[in-house]
Design a protein around this ligand. Structure first.
Ligand code: G4P
Length: 545
C-alpha cells in the first residue's frame, strides 16, 4: 500500500542535544511483549517479572486474572473482563534503574488482531518456548509479526523441571522453524528429575536448582575452569555431561553478537523454570542490559527520533470501556518522542483538531495517580468517545503519520445475518465503527450485498455481535463461509488491475477503508492466483488511512 503523504514544508529539526533528563529517561526505558503459545508459561513468567520488579506483592495476582479470563463465555463477562484487561494490558515495573513496560499479548481464546498489533508498539520481545513442545503454531505467527520490524528477541526455554527435548534439538527446532540463530547464554544441566540447574556461559557461574527456592543474586557459584573438582562436588556424574555439552556448543554455536541480536537475526537463549522462579533473574538481568531503549520510528514522511523535543506517538489498540451506552473508549497510545505532561494540547491529525490530554491514564502498577509525565516508550491510555482509531498519530504540531501499525490479513471469516432488515443502516454504522477500532474487519463482496467479517481470533466475532446489540441496537448473528485467506491487492498498472478485478469478481471485496482485497478458500488457491497474475501484488497487511 502506498504510504500516505503529508506536508513536509516545515519539518521539525532533529534535536541534536536532548536535555540530559530526556536522554536518561529514554535510555532507561524498555518496552516489550512476551510471545508464546498458550500454556508455555507466559502468565507464570509475567508474574515472576512483576514480583522481581516489586509491582505485585505476592504470587497469584496475574494468574487469577487469567483464570477469570478463561472462564469468560458471554457478553456480560466479556464486558466485565474489559475492566480487568485494561489494567493488565500494560504492566509497568521497575527493575534496577530501568523502567519497564510489558505489553500484554492476549493468547488464549482472546487471541485477536490486537495481539499482533501490540507487537508493532514494542521495541523488543521475550519468546517463551515450552521445552517439551518446541516451537508451536502461535509462536510462529507472532514471530512473523516481529520479523516485520526485525524486533530483537530474547528466548526463555521453560519447564526444565520436566522432561523435554534435549537443548540442541530445541535449538535446531527454533532455527529451522523461525529462521533465527540461537546462541546460548545459559546452559541447562539435565532436565526433569535430573535437572540440576544452569551454567551461565559468559559469567562462568553455576546456578543450582532447588524446586520452590527462588535464587538470590550472589547465589551463583563461580567456576571459571570447568575441570575444577568443585563442579563434580555439586553435580556428581552430571559434571561430565556439562563439560561435554559445553565443549560441543563452544564449537557449534556462534557467540552472542549484539548487532545480530538487534537486527533480529540472532536470539540469546536462557533456560529455566518459570514456576520455580529459576533462570528468570538471569534472563531479566541480561534483558535490561541488551534490550534496546526506544528507538527511531518511521512515519510516512520521515523518521522520528525519541530524543526530539516535540511530543509524538500513535494509537495501536482501542478498548471499549465498561459503559457501552457512552461509547467510552480507551485508546492505547505509544509515545515516540518528546515528553507527555498531563493537560498538554496535541494535534489529532486525521480529524485536524486539537485535543487536550487531560484525562490520559498513565499505566503504572504503582503510584498511578501521582504520575504526571511520561516519556518515549511509555504507553498512555486516552479516554475518548469513538474519535480515535487505530494508527492515529498525535503530535504537538507537525503533521506526521506513523506507519507500521497495520491491519493484518484475517484468518477466519463469517457472513453476517441481520435479524431485522430495518436495521441495515445501524448495522453498517456499527460495523464501520468497530472496524475503525480494530475489533473486526469488514468486507463487502463485489458481487453481492453481504457483510463478510474477517478476524485473526474467533472471539472477535462474538465480541462484534455482542457490541452490535448493546451499542447499536442491532440483532445479528453470523454463519460460516467458505473462505480462509485474504490479501489486500494493488497493482501499478491500472488496466491490468481492472482486468484482474473483472476476471476474479467473485473473489474480490472492498474493506471498510475502501481497499480492495482478494478473498479465497485456501492458500493453494491464493498461490494459484499469485502465479497466474504477475504484476498484481498481494499484501498480508495494510496500513490504516
Ligand atoms: P500461559 O500464560 O503461557 O498460557 O501459561 P501459564 O503461565 O498459565 O502456564 C501454563 C501451565 O504451565 C500452568 O499449569 C503452569 O503452572 C505451568 N508452568 C509454568 N511454568 C512452569 C515450569 O517452569 N514448570 C512446570 N512444570 N510447569 C510450569 P496449569 O496446570 O495449567 O495451571 P496451574 O494449575 O499450575 O495454575
Amino acid at each position: 500500500m502506498e504510504p500516505m503523504t503529508t506536508d513536509t514544508s516545515d519539518p521539525q529539526p532533529l534535536f541534536k542535544s536532548a536535555p540530559s533528563r530526556a536522554i536518561k529517561e529514554i535510555n532507561r526505558r524498555r518496552t516489550f511483549a512476551i510471545i508464546s503459545h498458550p500454556d508455555a508459561g507466559k502468565t507464570t513468567l509475567t508474574e515472576k517479572l512483576l514480583l522481581f520488579g516489586g509491582a505485585i506483592k505476592e504470587a497469584g495476582a496475574v494468574k487469577s486474572r487469567k483464570t477469570e479470563r478463561k472462564a469468560t463465555s458471554d457478553f456480560l463477562s466479556i464486558e466485565q473482563e474489559r475492566g480487568i484487561s485494561v489494567s493488565s494490558s500494560v504492566m509497568k515495573f521497575n527493575y534496577k534503574d530501568y523502567e519497564i513496560n510489558l505489553l500484554d499479548t492476549p493468547g488464549h481464546r482472546d487471541f485477536s488482531e490486537d495481539t499482533y498489533r501490540v507487537l508493532t508498539a514494542v521495541d523488543c520481545a521475550v519468546m517463551i518456548i515450552d521445552s517439551a513442545k518446541g516451537v508451536e503454531p502461535q509462536t510462529r505467527k507472532l514471530m512473523e509479526v516481529c520479523r516485520m520490524r526485525n524486533t530483537p528477541i530474547i528466548t526463555f526455554i521453560n519447564k526444565l523441571d520436566r522432561e523435554g527435548m534435549d537443548p540442541l534439538s530445541l535449538f535446531e527446532d527454533i532455527e529451522e522453524k523461525l529462521q533465527i540463530e540461537c546462541t546460548p547464554i545459559t546452559w541447562p544441566i539435565g532436565m526433569g528429575k535430573r535437572f540440576k540447574g544452569v551454567y551461565h556461559l559468559s559469567r562462568q557461574e553455576l546456578g543450582l536448582f532447588s524446586a520452590g527456592y527462588t535464587p538470590k543474586s550472589g547465589d551463583g557459584i563461580v567456576i571459571t575452569d570447568l575441570e575444577d573438582r568443585e563442579l563434580d562436588r555439586h553435580l556428581g556424574s552430571q559434571a561430565r555431561e556439562l563439560r561435554d555439552d559445553i565443549e560441543l556448543i563452544q564449537g557449534a554455536a556462534d557467540p552472542f553478537d549484539m548487532d545480530e541480536y538487534l537486527k533480529g537475526s540472532q536470539t540469546p537463549v536462557f533456560f529455566g523454570s518459570a514456576i520455580n522462579n529459576f533462570g528468570v533473574r538471569e534472563m531479566l538481568d541480561s534483558f535490561v542490559e541488551i534490550a534496546p531503549a526506544p528507538g527511531i520510528r518511521r512515519t510516512s514522511t520521515r523518521e522520528v527520533s525519541p530524543e526530539e523535543p516535540a511530543f509524538s506517538g500513535f494509537t495501536f489498540k482501542i478498548q471499549a470501556n465498561m459503559d457501552p451506552a457512552h461509547r467510552d473508549r480507551i485508546a492505547f497510545f505509544r509515545i515516540c518522542s518528546g515528553k507527555f505532561t498531563r493537560g498538554m494540547k496535541v494535534r489529532h491529525h486525521r480529524i485536524n483538531k486539537d485535543v487536550i490530554l487531560s484525562n490520559a491514564t498513565i499505566f503504572m502498577a504503582r503510584e498511578r495517580s501521582n504520575i504526571d509525565e511520561a516519556w518515549p516508550g511509555d504507553i498512555i491510555g486516552i479516554h475518548n468517545h469513538g474519535t480515535i482509531k487505530i494508527g492515529d498519530t498525535f503530535t504537538e504540531k507537525e503533521p506526521l503519520k506513523f506507519i507500521g501499525i497495520p491491519s493484518f490479513a484475517p484468518e477466519h471469516f463469517r457472513r453476517v445475518i441481520l435479524r431485522n432488515p430495518m436495521k441495515t443502516k445501524a448495522l453498517q454504522k456499527g460495523l464501520m465503527q468497530l472496524a475503525e477500532e480494530g475489533t473486526i474487519q469488514v468486507f463487502r463482496p463485489r458481487i453481492n450485498n453481504d457483510y463478510i467479517l474477517g478476524a485473526v481470533g474467533v472471539l472477535q466475532f462474538d465480541v462484534t455481535m455482542a457490541r452490535l446489540g448493546a451499542e447499536y441496537g442491532v440483532e445479528a448473528t453470523h454463519e460460516t463461509v467458505d473462505l480462509s485467506v485474504a490479501r489486500w491487492i494493488t497493482c501499478h498498472d491500472k488496466d491490468r488491475f481492472k482486468e484482474f478485478l473483472g476476471k476474479n469478481e467473485a473473489s474480490v471485496a472492498t474493506d471498510s477503508e475502501g481497499c480492495t482485497a482478494f478473498l479465497t478458500t485456501s492458500e493453494y488457491q491464493l498461490g494459484f492466483a499469485v502465479e497466474a497474475w504477475p504484476g498484481i501484488e498481494f499484501h498480508k497487511t495494510r496500513e490504516y488511512n
